[in-house]
Each structure stands twice: as structure tokens, then as C-alpha cells.
Design a protein around this ligand. Structure first.
Ligand SMILES: [Zn+2]
Ligand SMILES: [Zn+2]
Length: 355
């Protein structure tokens, strides 16, 4: 069980000791030498194609604008806000149509289906920095960043694991359909790439004729699709690798999670990873005023617009709420209340066990 050594907002807080092993073997379910070419080949092609941003022919400010737009529209909405906080941890709810739109955004980031992403991340929380963690950097840095996706792992590529860790996701007919027909999400990804290509072609043609049309089509595709996809891959993977190695710790959790300001900046808040491991259910990972959590503020704006409900508050407020309820039922004056009790082991892992 994790033990808090600081209280959010407590000025007396100090950095928690390091945790996590110094070295781990590969997960026991890894089949060494069996490369998952279905992932490896697209990764290689996309990384090579992304290098084309350095070729002047492919540059345009429209392409750069689409790159920045895509990071936020597809990347932030799809991965940290939807796949992570909404689907994996249930830290807020939206109307179903909004949730599915966000899932479409996530599919446009080529990070696989919602059931797989959720199952893998819940396995990570259940075994963080222990051998069965799918991507601990205590195996090695390359493994945690990308290597774990390239090798067969019977613990993560297993239908039984999806049913165990993502049963709630598979109970949704649309997400189950995506799981049964893998060509669907690939088709969605290709469709949005074609939209960017032909949209760029149309803009270029209107701007300067046929020659500009082809240049703009390729610029929008290389910057707005290829480079953006590769960039969002790496900032997502950085949460798995960098934030379990570098940074400070507010809480003495039983793994090596850390708060890393650099990853927090590039991911809109996900880098406050030690805060997240300590309180997985909370919708916000901002435990000190300067640990800015942009994704949380976006969710709060959605709440104002009536698009987000059931936002899970931080743990200390959940305990406080529980305390007040008890007091009200018993009629005890507020002044007589003791500090809220420490969480039980079940409460610490409430997110995973709620599946
Ligand atoms: Zn982690
Ligand atoms: Zn998480």
C-alpha cells in the first residue's frame, strides 16, 4: 500500500524517498525474439517519413498549424483525457456521444483500441515497477519507451487479459466492435489522413494552382498526420519511461513514479505521475499550486458547458466528504471531528478493483 508523506497544499511537505527496484527482468510472459511486426513496421515507416519535415518542399505554415492543432485536438483529447482519465480511471463522465467522439480522436493517434490501451495501463498500475509491469524502465529505458510494444507479450496481448482488465470497456458494443474488427480503427486513421491530404490539395489549388496543390497536400500530411502522430507517440511513451526515472516524489508509493515538469508541460499535466500513482482515481493531478494540470482545467470547462459530470475530486477531499457524511448521520458537531483516517488498501487501489 502507498503511504503519503505529504498533504496537498502542505508547506511542510518534503520530497519522498526513492522507490522501485534498481533492475528488473523482462515480464515473465514476454516471448523474447518474437517481434510484433504489425507494430514494428508502421513505427519504422512513420519515423522515417517524419524526417521529411526537414525537407523544405514539405514545409508550410498551414502544415505547422495542423501539427499544433492535431497535438491538442487528437492527442490531448484522445489519449490523456479520454483513454487515460475517462476510460481507464473513470475520473469523470461525459455523454456517450462525447466519449465516442473522443475515442475516434484517440484512434487518429494510432495508439490501438480503447480496450487494449485501458487494459495495458491498468496492468501497469497493478504491477507498477514489478516484473509483470508491461513497460517498467527498470528493465531498461528503451524497453519502457517503445521496446515493450515491439515484442510479443502473452500478458498484454491476450484476450483473457482484456476481459479481466477492460471488461467495462468491452461491454460497450462500439468498443467491442473495434476489438473484433481491427481493420476499422486502421481505416479511421487512414480516412483522417486522406482528409488532410485532399484538404491540403484543395487549399493549395485555390491558392496557387496545381503545383501548389500537390505541395500543400504533402505538407499537410507530413506535418499534420505523420509528424504529429510520431510526436504524440513519444510524449505518451515519455510518461511510461521518463516519469518512472527522473523527477521528484511527493509520495512514498511502492514503485518509482515521479513528478517530471518537462513531461507535464508536453502532455498537459500527465507528467505529475507520482501524484497520479498516489491518487489514481482523482481527475486532477495538481497537488501543489504550481503543478499545473491543463487537462484537468479543460475537463472543468467541459463541466461548465454541461459535457462533463461526476468529476472525481482528490483523495483528501473524498475523505473529507466521507467524514462529513458520517458526522451528519451521527449528529456530531463538526468541531469534534478528527482528521480523516488513512485509506485502506482497498481504497488505494480502488480504480483497478472497480473494473
Ligand atoms: Zn506509471
Ligand atoms: Zn493511470
Amino acid at each position: 500500500m502507498s503511504q503519503a508523506v505529504t498533504v496537498p497544499g502542505n508547506s511542510d511537505s518534503h520530497s519522498a524517498p526513492n522507490a522501485g527496484p534498481t533492475r528488473l527482468p523482462y515480464p515473465s510472459t514476454v516471448v523474447k525474439g518474437k517481434i510484433l511486426w504489425v507494430y514494428a513496421i508502421p513505427f519504422i515507416i512513420m519515423h522515417l517519413a517524419a524526417l521529411l519535415i526537414f525537407v523544405p518542399y514539405f514545409f508550410s505554415w498551414t502544415g505547422v498549424a495542423l501539427f499544433l492543432f492535431g497535438i491538442n485536438f487528437f492527442g490531448q483529447l484522445g489519449i490523456p483525457i479520454c483513454y487515460h482519465r475517462q476510460l481507464t480511471h473513470k475520473s469523470f463522465r461525459t455523454p456517450k456521444w462525447v466519449e465516442r467522439c473522443f475515442v475516434i480522436n484517440a484512434l487518429c493517434c494510432a495508439q490501438d483500441t480503447p480496450a487494449k490501451w485501458v487494459a495495458w495501463h491498468r496492468i501497469h498500475h497493478n504491477h507498477s515497477d514489478h516484473q509483470e509491469d508491461p513497460h517498467s524502465p527498470f528493465v531498461n529505458f528503451f524497453w519502457s519507451h517503445i521496446g515493450w510494444l515491439l515484442v510479443e507479450n502473452r500478458g498484454t496481448h491476450d484476450i483473457a487479459a482484456y476481459h479481466r482488465y477492460a471488461r467495462d470497456i468491452l461491454s460497450d458494443p462500439f468498443y467491442l466492435f473495434l476489438e473484433k474488427h481491427r481493420w476499422v480503427w486502421a481505416t479511421i486513421y487512414l480516412a483522417h489522413a486522406l482528409l488532410f491530404f485532399w484538404g491540403g490539395f484543395g487549399i493549395g489549388y485555390a491558392w496557387g494552382g496545381m503545383e501548389t496543390a500537390w505541395q500543400m497536400a504533402w505538407s499537410c500530411t507530413i506535418w499534420g498526420i505523420v509528424a504529429r502522430t510520431v510526436y504524440v507517440w513519444h510524449i505518451t511513451w515519455a510518461v511510461n519511461s521518463l516519469t518512472h526515472l527522473f523527477g521528484y516524489r511527493n509520495y512514498c508509493t511502492d514503485e518509482g513514479s515521479r513528478n517530471n515538469w518537462f513531461v507535464a508541460v508536453i502532455t498537459g499535466g500527465e507528467g505529475w505521475h507520482n501524484n497520479h500513482h498516489f491518487d489514481q482515481a482523482s481527475c486532477t493531478v495538481q497537488h501543489r499550486w504550481w503543478e499545473f494540470d491543463l487537462n484537468y482545467y479543460f475537463i472543468k470547462v467541459m463541466e461548465k458547458l454541461g459535457l462533463a459530470t461526476n468529476i472525481i475530486p482528490p483523495k483528501h477531499l473524498r475523505w473529507a466528504g466521507r467524514k462529513v457524511t458520517t458526522v451528519n448521520e451521527g449528529g456530531t458537531p463538526l468541531e469534534e471531528i478528527d482528521a480523516p483516517k488513512q485509506p485502506s488498501a482497498a481504497e488505494e487501489s480502488e480504480t483497478v478493483e472497480a473494473v
